[in-house]
Design a protein around this ligand. Structure first.
Ligand SMILES: [Fe+2]
Ligand SMILES: [Fe+2]
Ligand SMILES: [Fe+2]
Length: 421
């Protein structure tokens, strides 16, 4: 099976979620990609190399899910703890063949030029270009937040020039100093132009047949980034994806779903919590009840998910189902307050899968619940009219299997473990 989408548009849109980790500064990866392209263009490098640098720029911090880690990387110009996220990001990318070529430069994107120059080839140059653009952006972001970017340009140029020959390749720094004399280099980093740039790139990407396997691969990759945000949500999205697909299969006949619906349900499961990357770690891991401001922030994640996914032509259904995972049939859900028929069956299934998996998993304020307790909670929700009765019945009729899928237990161990609960 395949869907009619462009893989590069999917990657570009999903990479947007990585930038959310910056909380209030949400274009870091895109700016790094744009600057890297500009520097390569100045050096007369090929369009192919520019495209690779752009993608690597968007994804270079795929190993960063935590807002605390992000802050460290931004506050310290040459932080000694920076290698961990580079290794982790490269490791994740290496496991997904269509993006595996980006893993080697991303692994080295915080390595000083002095450590690379003895084995300097195209990978090392790409890595050092990312490092350079990344550090320029750290300086530029501070100036932009103070609304003084153009005024700060001479200081930024001087600081970068001071690291030519130690942190950075002198040839790359020379190209940067050349291109950054133009105001246009800096003005392109503002929010509006960054978004225009992204739109321009995606307009050029034709929709083609992309196999479901490839789409599952990219969705899994980003689900790992989201789930790595908190130790409590490891494999949450994967569990939701598995359950949603399974329930879709059980309801195929009665709710007129087909194989494509089930496949899209799985993708929506992987991606439903993308917007959570914008929530500060301290709120997601808070052991006690949330205050009003914190609750509002958490509630915004489904909307962020919608924004990201609805930018992918061919993902319209997936965007809606994923973003509606906190909507309830009575209109009291969030953030769209959909009611009755406005809420498609696929979104209702996804919501059931989300609740079930969360209950079956440990949370900061409670331990993981056994299968029969999870079912009792689901029943209460159904009794209040917030969960369709046939979805509840499907879960109740296959409780051990759904529980096994939630906990990602292998079939042999799944059954006894769930029953012993
Ligand atoms: Fe980084
Ligand atoms: Fe970065
Ligand atoms: Fe979730």
């Amino acid at each position: 099976m395949s869907l009619f989408v462009n893989l590069r548009s999917v990657v570009h849109a999903l990479s947007d979620s990585l930038d959310l980790v910056g909380i209030n500064d949400v274009h870091h990866g895109k700016r790094v990609g744009i600057m890297a392209v500009d520097i390569l263009r100045t050096l007369g490098r090929s369009g192919e190399e520019q495209a690779m640098a752009f993608d690597a720029g968007l994804l270079h911090d795929i190993g960063v899910s935590s807002s605390d880690l992000h802050r460290q990387l931004v506050e310290d110009f040459d932080w000694e703890g920076s290698q961990g996220h580079a290794e982790y990001g490269a490791h994740m990318l290496a496991g997904f063949p269509p993006l595996a070529h980006l893993a080697p430069p991303i692994r080295l994107h915080h390595t000083h030029w002095t450590e690379l120059r003895d084995r300097y080839g195209s990978t090392e140059r790409m890595a050092n270009l990312l490092f350079l653009a990344d550090r320029i952006d750290v300086l530029a972001a501070v100036a932009m937040q103070e609304d003084r970017l153009l005024e700060k340009v001479p200081v930024i140029r001087e600081q970068i020039a001071g690291h030519a020959g130690d942190m950075f390749d002198p040839d790359l720094v020379a190209a940067f100093l050349d291109v950054s004399r133009k105001e246009s280099f800096w003005l392109a980093l503002e929010s509006g132009p960054v978004l225009d740039y992204m739109e321009h790139v995606s307009r050029d990407a034709p929709q083609t047949e992309t196999s479901l396997e490839v789409l599952q691969g990219v969705a899994t990759l980003f689900s790992h980034v989201v789930d790595a945000k908190s130790r409590f949500t490891v494999e949450h999205s994967e569990g939701v994806a598995r359950i949603a697909r399974y329930l879709g299969g059980l309801l195929t006949e009665s709710r007129h779903l087909d194989a494509e619906d089930c496949a899209k349900l799985e993708l929506a499961g992987y991606l439903h919590d993308l917007g959570k990357l914008r929530i500060p770690d301290a709120i997601l891991d808070k052991p006690g009840p949330l205050d009003e401001r914190e609750r509002r922030l958490i509630a915004s994640h489904a909307y962020e998910t919608f924004r990201i996914l609805s930018r992918i032509p061919g993902f319209e259904d997936i965007a809606r189902w994923a973003a509606f995972h906190h909507e309830t049939p009575d209109g009291e859900g969030y953030p769209f307050h959909l009611k009755g028929d406005e809420l498609p069956i696929q979104a209702r299934i996804l919501r059931a899968a989300d609740i079930f998996q969360a209950l079956a998993q440990e949370r900061p304020y409670r331990s993981a619940l056994p299968a029969h307790v999870v079912l009792a909670h689901m029943r209460q929700i159904a009794d209040k009219g917030k969960l369709d009765r046939d979805i509840y019945d499907a879960i109740a009729g296959h409780l051990q299997e759904v529980y096994r899928l939630a906990r990602s237990l292998p079939p042999e161990t799944g059954r006894p473990a769930a029953q012993s609960d």
